[in-house]
Ligand binder design. Structure first.
Ligand SMILES: Cc1cc2nc3c(=O)[nH]c(=O)nc-3n(C[C@H](O)[C@H](O)[C@H](O)COP(=O)(O)OP(=O)(O)OC[C@H]3O[C@@H](n4cnc5c(N)ncnc54)[C@H](O)[C@@H]3O)c2cc1C
Length: 496
């Protein structure tokens, strides 16, 4: 059978759509095959009774004109098609005695508030806020501007010069997690609240600082219409560039001849051929299922042997006949009495509503998300019902939001198992391998995008860029096409 395309891409998540857009921009005929009936992968949404249930997106780096990552989204047609909401406060943490920690993005306000709560920690608070101010000028995209394999000595020298003014803060805050920092805090409430400020305690402090800095710069907005609108904007760009997408088309096998990838076979047994195959879906599934584990080495085995941390969550999305618009957008409640989910005690429950984007619920009503971090293994052995757990959780939240249970009109429950089933992501991981101080070097170095012994086959996605996130996986697609252009002696082109 003759090739139907130059490049076949498996998966219409943001990395796959980005790879497709840049392929088309560079004169390659591409086709995307997606298992689901819509684009976005983890960046998607579902509709229920007039409510839009978002997959969980909080912010997207690169929504501020002229700021880091903005030109990426211009090239992908997202920022031209959408409006973004910027929020001055990332989260509040409410303690069991009624204490409130407000995680504001403006560093002076943050400092004043933290000092009022914990004057005994003045030195630590000043150091933290100084870091946030410094990261306002840090360009997080600089490390991903070009494929690392193609960086010349001049590129490295330029990068070194850009990074030099930040070496102090990077050295100090990349090797400390929020949990570590909290261990140095004297005030009991700040000590218990601090690890939860950015939703996972093992995040390096510099990541949280960068987030607050970008929020304060107006460069971390939420797309009006939510995740699916964002994915649809990039899908439209891809179609406008002449790309072709096949939905409800799960790939069952990568076809290989003489150690060269030549095509794909779908679950339906239909086969398609192309000069190159890019997998933009789960790394483990790609390597061990679609390719039957034939092209691996020790490094790949180690990456996927389960020792690296993953982040997965239990999420209950509610359509409620209640107006949440006067409530803080995101509160993490620290409970005095844990609630059992999948048989395990949980004392930190996130409650987020989306009333800052009225397009996501009917007038006067709200979408509310209840979230907590949970382990995949707890669900593998759990004999109970996720819906029953969700109901128990709603009952417990009644103390903070009286009338919540009676106001629920519809509900959607996601566990790590169901997210794995829906998106293919190993253990329902939200961002590939979790970004911690230990995995940070892996993120900077990158994970190989080719497999040993297999020609014409490439990988992108959050599994080649540990820590994931939308701009980083989109750059993963961009950089791969840059490399392919180089292989073919073409000059890479990217039009906004
Ligand atoms: C709850 C939550 C909150 C998040 N919040 C943020 C945030 O605020 N900001 C941010 O930047 N990032 C956030 N992220 C992370 C971000 O969403 C992901 O890193 C990113 O979307 C991953 O994109 P991807 O293209 O690498 O993979 P995916 O989105 O997983 O896309 C892979 C695609 O491949 C498809 N697929 C899988 N197997 C096959 C197959 N065999 N055949 C065909 N298709 C297949 C899947 O259906 C999917 O569409 C969040 C993630 C989660 C889960």
């Amino acid at each position: 059978m003759a090739p139907t395309a130059d490049i076949i891409i498996i998966g219409a998540g943001i990395s796959g759509l980005a790879a497709g857009c840049y392929a088309q921009m560079n004169g390659y005929r591409s086709q995307v095959f997606e298992a689901n009936d819509r684009p976005g992968g983890l960046c998607t949404a579902r509709s229920h009774q007039g409510y839009t249930f978002d997959g969980g997106l909080h912010y997207i780096f690169g929504t501020g004109p002229g700021q880091p990552f903005y030109s990426l989204w211009q090239e992908l047609g997202a920022v031209q098609r959408l409006e973004f909401v910027n929020q001055p406060e990332f989260m509040q943490i409410h303690g069991p005695q009624g204490e409130v920690l407000r995680v504001q993005s403006q560093p002076d306000q943050l400092e004043q508030h933290f000092l009022a709560l914990a004057p005994e920690d003045a030195k630590l608070i000043a150091g933290f806020c100084k870091g946030v101010r410094k990261f306002k000028d840090f360009d997080l995209s600089m490390l991903q501007q070009k494929p690392k394999s193609l960086m010349t000595a001049t590129d490295w020298a330029r990068l070194g010069k850009q990074v030099l003014p930040f070496m102090g803060v990077l050295g100090k805050w990349s090797q400390l997690s929020l949990r570590d920092l909290a261990g140095q805090v004297k005030n009991p409430f700040l000590r218990s609240a601090m690890p939860h400020m950015f939703a996972w305690p093992d995040v390096p402090v510099m990541v949280g600082m960068s987030l607050l800095a970008y929020l304060d710069n107006g460069n971390a907005g939420f797309p009006v219409g939510g995740s699916l609108s964002f994915a649809r904007a990039i899908e439209q760009r891809y179609l406008d560039l002449g790309g072709e997408i096949h939905y409800s088309a799960p790939v069952e096998r990568v076809l290989v001849e003489n150690d060269r990838a030549v095509g794909i076979r779908l679950d339906s047994h239909d086969e398609y051929r192309a000069e190159r195959i890019i997998s933009a879906c789960d790394g483990r599934r790609t390597i061990f299922d679609l390719l039957k584990g034939k092209y691996i080495n020790r490094r790949i085995e180690q990456l996927y042997n389960g020792h690296l941390p993953l982040h997965s969550q239990f999420q209950v999305l509610l359509g409620v006949n209640m107006d949440f618009s006067q409530q803080p957008a995101w509160v993490t409640h620290l409970l005095d009495r844990p609630v059992a989910i999948a048989g395990q005690p949980h004392a930190e429950i996130g409650v987020k509503h989306y009333s800052f984007d009225p397009s996501l619920a009917p007038p006067g009503k709200s979408v509310v998300s209840l979230m907590l971090t949970t382990h995949y293994s707890d669900w593998q052995t759990y004999g109970g019902s996720p819906s029953r757990d969700a109901e128990n959780l709603i009952d417990r939240m009644e103390a903070f939001y009286p009338g919540l249970g009676a106001a629920v009109e519809c509900m959607d429950v996601t566990t790590p198992l169901s997210l794995e089933q829906a998106t293919g992501n190993w253990q329902g991981a939200s961002c590939g391998w979790l970004l911690t101080k230990d995995t940070l070097p892996l993120m900077i170095k990158g994970v190989p995008k080719r497999l040993p012994g297999l020609e014409r086959f490439y990988m992108v996605s959050q599994w080649t860029e540990p820590g994931g996130s939308l701009p980083i996986v989109a750059l993963s697609g961009r950089n791969l096409i840059y490399e392919i252009c180089r292989e073919d002696g073409r000059t890479f082109a990217a039009a906004g």
